[in-house]
Design a protein around this ligand. Structure first.
Ligand code: NAD
Length: 356
């Protein structure tokens, strides 16, 4: 392991990183455990054809850190972890998932996995053959299934909170909303937005997903390189991270950013501040996209109740308004405000746990 990994772990304050290798099943995975103060580290497994192993490591480290703050701000007794599998998702196999399941099992519950980009409830079913430390397993197996509908619902509720803050009411009717990425989460978000009467624009790089969404909903497709030409009310990043960066910021032409993607700000402090300078209201990603985590956390805790989960996801609305107030009062970015609240809860619980 290179110094760079240790440097990154120290900088981002990670507890543990596990590198998994199994040439037989072609499994190359990284499990990153950021912080387990609040409980076991729960976070999904992403499968992606990374350009380099370094990119995969950085992704795993950044994503797992986000999970710590997501669980903390959502009031969950869970730590932050995330795993990435390096490879083309078309190479998925039973052997790969089961071997990966054994690696997860070797951590004895310190890390609990779930779905993420390019992984499904069916994949979780294979993992479940080798470990009980997996959530988001299909409903016919007693699980809660794909968490994406809850993530999308949380984003929708959070977007309404943004609307309330900016326009003085929750309505998204006739608002121009761009959903970037109509995958698992994006497609459900589009459904909510269309039902709410928004003018929905979609963009994606996957032809099949574009076709499916355009056929199913009253939406307008826009090519990825044309999306910032639109006059938007809301930009909803629902693809990959770092879409708010030096290149896109000057082109962003909307009062609100509210979407599901993790790590939307390429550089948290710099780009978070530049959004404020441009008068753009930014809903911190790890807060607005916590619906899926709330759902799998309920599954992991047993006694799963869908209605209770829905109510818990709706708490995102008030949490976002509280973050906006704190950001204004303390003159800090919304991301910083959310991180301070999350970190305070972690510190408070650490203090409580340190006493008899
Ligand atoms: P997904 O893989 O199902 O969907 C992502 C979509 O984005 C795909 O349709 C893909 O083709 C598209 N895409 C990729 N690159 C693009 C680009 N450059 N321009 C436009 N479209 C592009 O993933 P998902 O589960 O829907 O998750 C979406 C995002 O939300 C991810 O960042 C994920 O980490 C985050 N997230 C997901 C959940 C969940 O419950 N699934 C929970 C929290 C956060």
């Amino acid at each position: 392991m290179s110094n760079t990994v240790f440097q990154l772990m120290q900088e981002l304050e990670h507890e543990q990183v596990v590198i998994c290798n199994d040439p037989h099943s072609k499994l190359k995975a990284i499990i990153a455990i950021h912080n387990t103060t609040l409980g076991p580290a729960l976070g999904g497994t992403r499968m992606w054809n990374y350009v380099s192993d370094d990119d995969a490591m950085i992704d795993a480290l950044r994503l797992s850190r986000g999970m710590t703050y997501k669980a903390a701000i959502s009031g969950l007794n869970l730590g932050g972890g995330k795993a990435v599998i390096i490879g083309d998702p078309s190479l998925k196999s039973e052997a790969l998932w089961r071997r990966y399941g054994k690696f997860v099992n070797s951590l004895n519950g310190k890390y609990i996995t779930a779905e993420d980009v390019n992984t499904s409830a069916t994949d979780m079913e294979f993992i479940h053959l080798e470990t009980k430390h997996v959530t988001g397993i299909p409903e016919y197996m007693g699980g809660s299934g794909d968490p994406s509908p809850f993530t999308a619902y949380g984003v929708f509720v959070g977007m309404k909170a943004c609307a309330h803050k900016h326009w003085g009411n929750d309505s998204l009717e006739n608002k121009n909303v761009l959903v970037q990425g109509v995958g698992h989460v994006g497609q459900y978000l589009v459904g909510h937005l269309v039902e709410a009467g928004a003018n929905v624009f979609i963009t994606d790089i996957n032809e099949a997903k574009i076709k499916e969404t355009v056929n199913k909903h009253q939406v307008t497709y826009v090519a990825p390189d044309k999306m910032f030409d639109l006059k938007l009310d809301v930009y909803a990043p629902c693809a990959l991270g770092a879409t708010i960066n030096d290149d896109t910021l000057p082109k962003l032409n909307c009062p609100i950013i509210a979407g599901a993607a993790n790590n939307q700000l390429a550089v948290e402090k710099i780009h978070g501040q530049q959004l404020i300078d441009k008068g753009i209201l930014y809903a911190p990603d790890f807060l607005i996209n916590a619906g899926g985590l709330v759902n799998v956390a309920a599954e992991a805790g047993g006694a799963y109740n869908r209605e209770k989960v829905t109510k818990d996801v709706e708490k995102i609305y008030n949490r976002i308004l509280a973050i906006f107030s704190m950001s204004e009062d303390e003159k800090i970015t919304t991301q910083e405000a959310a991180m301070r609240i999350a970190q305070k809860r972690i510190d408070d619980v650490a203090h409580v746990k340190s006493r008899l």
